[in-house]
Ligand binder design. Sequence first.
Ligand code: SF4
Ligand code: SF4
Length: 190
Amino acid sequence: MARTGVKRTGWIGRIFFADLLAGLRLTLGYMLSKTVTHHYPDFEKWVPYQRHRGHHFMNTNEKGEVNCVACGLCSTICPCDCITVIPFETDDGDRRPKVFDIDLARCLYCGLCEDACPADAIKLGQEYEVSTTDRSTLKVHLDDLIAAPRKSETGGVVKPAKLDVAGNQHSILQPGTSSGHDWWSRIRRQ
Ligand code: SF4
Ligand code: SF4
């Protein structure tokens, strides 16, 4: 029984090697089409779509204070128990986090912490380069979260980048470069 969508070649096609010619035509088409190689991480980096859930970041207000009010909702809802929040009270009587740690080794990037936050404080950003050989570096603190990359305004493109060989081995987007190109448009469609 033929599988759905599979065309069977008739006897005339078999005599004239229709399948072989169709295969060669496909190969030739790919040989002559634009390259789709993504030069990551040395020269290019994929900037994910806005909906991507990557490394968390912490929002701050115009005074530079974190938005977090240390309510602990994110920590409570987290299914992996990977957020630690310890509150303190400022001189102004505001409640802020003294400790805010996330263990990224346990995190499954579900986004529940972001959804639960009533203060627009904890967010999941665009950064996805979190792999490491040192597990202890995956525990990120408040300062790391404040400094972490935000969401990109223009996601879904490939932008010029450079591998930080001397530092953390991450591919870093080049400042002031183009808006990037749509990598998917380079894929040859049938
Ligand atoms: S993304 Fe999910 S697993 Fe990760 S810290 Fe937030 S709630 Fe926990
Ligand atoms: S990040 Fe949001 S949910 Fe988590 S403790 Fe701070 S204010 Fe509460």
